[in-house]
Design a protein around this ligand. Structure first.
Ligand code: KIV
Length: 272
């Protein structure tokens, strides 16, 4: 492990590498992680991007939503993950209310990058003004549309977004606006596969889906969901890879990587 962490000959992937994968039609693999050990396992398995998601509030901290997660939590877990990985691109979430103003967003994005070691910061919602500001400061930003867990008190429950035509049109238009504003990549959560396909084909930036069908440029899952070790119920769009691979964590992550690369995951059973 010491030798592994000290190895500085491997450069992490950049946002340009992910964009090149999209252009080449190669699927991008992404999983969440919150600590150095899982980060190393994911990196060793060839996961292209690791997301330090604010889902840690639910799967690590045991809260009922992502709302209690603080900036200090995010910086702490991002720094842990940064120490465990060599090649994977490191993305970190900006948590609830950390982007209430552009100034706050800039300050908090800088913390994730400087103290946490993040290469990309992700923020939820149709906030082109924030993305434009951060992007103008040289920050690589990932947007997040569809189901927005930080808005759970407005949504009422976690459910598929964009089923109705007007809702779908709105999400498509928001995706265009985020790309226009300078987003370097986009996560689509829990939307119909057909809408995600349209968005992925239209946008030039990499589009990573979770519960958004197989035609996104890549896939992300919450690690504890795909290992089925979370305290909550596994979402319908996630798959129990620990079981599918026969019980080992390394094998489970490798199977996920292989199935995403071959467009075998998600299948119809794990989409909308
Ligand atoms: O917080 C998180 O893990 C996320 C994923 C669900 C995309 O944002």
């Amino acid at each position: 492990m010491t030798q592994y962490l000290a190895d500085s000959t491997i450069k992490p992937l950049s946002i340009l590498d992910l964009a090149a994968m999209k252009r080449a039609g190669e699927k991008i693999t992404c999983l969440t992680a919150y600590d150095a050990s899982f980060s190393t396992i994911l990196d060793n398995a060839g996961v292209d991007a690791i997301l330090v998601g604010d889902s840690l509030g639910m799967v690590v901290q045991g809260h009922g939503s992502t709302l209690p997660v603080s900036m200090s939590d995010m910086v702490y877990h991002t720094a842990c993950v940064a120490r465990g990985r060599r090649r994977s691109l490191l993305i970190a979430d900006l948590p609830f209310m950390s982007c209430a103003t552009v100034e706050l967003a800039a300050e908090n994005a800088a913390r994730l990058i400087q103290a946490g070691g993040a290469q990309v910061v992700k923020l939820e919602g149709a906030r082109p003004e924030i993305i434009e500001f951060l992007s103008n400061q040289g920050i690589a930003v990932c947007g997040h549309l569809g189901l927005l867990p930080q808005s759970i008190n407005q949504l009422g429950r976690y459910r598929v977004q964009g089923r109705e035509e007007d809702e779908a049109d709105k999400i498509l238009e928001q995706a265009r606006q985020l790309e226009q504003a300078g987003a370097a990549m986009l996560v689509l959560e829990c939307i119909p596969a057909q809408l995600a396909r349209t968005i992925s084909r239209e946008l030039r930036i990499p589009v990573i889906g979770i519960g958004a069908g197989v035609d996104c440029d890549g896939q992300v899952l919450v690690l504890y969901d795909m290992l089925d070790i979370g305290i909550g119920r596994r979402p319908r769009f996630s798959k129990n890879y620990l079981q599918a691979a026969g019980g080992g964590i390394d094998a489970a992550v490798q199977l996920y990587v292989s199935e995403v690369r071959q467009s075998l995951f998600p299948d119809a059973e794990h989409g909308f």
